[in-house]
Ligand binder design. Sequence first.
Ligand SMILES: NC(=O)c1ccc[n+]([C@@H]2O[C@H](COP(=O)([O-])OP(=O)(O)OC[C@H]3O[C@@H](n4cnc5c(N)ncnc54)[C@H](OP(=O)(O)O)[C@@H]3O)[C@@H](O)[C@H]2O)c1
Length: 238
Amino acid sequence: MGKLSGKITLIAGGTGTVGEAIVKTFLHEGATVIVPSRSQQAIDRLRGYLADTPVERLTTLVGNIADAEDAARLRDEVLERFQHLDAMVAALGGTWEERLKLIDVPIETWRQYSDSNLTPHYVAARALLPVLVDRAGSTYTLIGGLSAVMPIANYSVVSINSAAQLMMARVLMEELKETQVRINQVMFGVVHTRDRAAYARPEWITADEVGRFCAYLASSEASMISGAVLQFGNRPAT
Ligand SMILES: NC(=O)c1ccc[n+]([C@@H]2O[C@H](COP(=O)([O-])OP(=O)(O)OC[C@H]3O[C@@H](n4cnc5c(N)ncnc54)[C@H](OP(=O)(O)O)[C@@H]3O)[C@@H](O)[C@H]2O)c1
């Protein structure tokens, strides 16, 4: 019996490099896991990654959790199939390779990163949190980056949207603090994801560690953790 046995969970961003490890841990901990994705290709990649993981409790759905209509459709499908939801993790957004000074960022890039790194969190929360507010023991965990609180040169469009995403999480915590759902924000520096295996540093937190921490937060073992912003930097270098 895992710590999430019997829990119905949805991992938004579960096809991503961080999200896939959360999905794996949740399955190992006994949860039923639902993963929406905009592309069947990303779902196939996730299923390949889970080759050694029991996947009979995994449901994948094609749809866009960042589109209001599609998010409502996905939520309704989840409720129709499983009747309720116990936990959600939002690991939505991505990195920025182009790395320009803010004064050189084209307006299209500015808009694009607001659309990809901030709006998906808002739309997903608006669609799914109402399902959790009256569910005893439910959890909503947002994954964010430490760039929200640490200015990094040439990383503006990620860090500025991370900062807004963090405030969004804090507003949700404040507005819903009298409800049943435990909302927490977990923030990381660089994560050792599997695509970084060739050059990852030992002090980086691993995606599996992120998964284990998210599983703990979603479990009854963490029933005292609510409305928390939890920051994880690198572990001390050895
Ligand atoms: N990687 C790191 O080192 C690191 C460090 C700290 C924090 N984080 C945080 O972890 C989270 C995920 O990062 P990641 O590195 O795993 O990113 P990733 O590999 O690029 O995955 C992004 C995920 O978000 C979904 N997504 C992205 N844009 C979307 C949109 N516009 N509409 C709907 N879904 C969208 C994607 O789903 P589809 O399948 O639909 O494409 C995918 O599952 C982010 O919040 C990031 O701030 C990451």
